[in-house]
Write a protein that binds this ligand. Sequence first.
Ligand code: FES
Length: 101
Amino acid sequence: MATHRVDGFDAPAEGDLTTVEVDGAEVGVTVVDGQVYAFDDECTHAACSLADGELEGGAVVCPCHFAKFDLKTGAVLDGPAMRPLGIWQARLVDGALELER
Ligand code: FES
């Protein structure tokens, strides 16, 4: 399991979406009910940026064809995506974002 630390991270406001770069790949980050969530910022359907999408409760909805993914598990809640989304374990520690998976 690899841990990545993003120092000086400005957590998004509740319900906002942002991205950070980890090893050259974009990771989407959001906060829902005070909990930070992180996920691969590439829809498993046709690679659109999920950070350009919207939140719906504990799910992120792709802006391109509206696939919906559970932020905790990455499970597909609505198609057309078939494959689950890659999820990171995320926490805020002393002004830094720590990501692990
Ligand atoms: S690219 Fe996300 S639903 Fe098609």
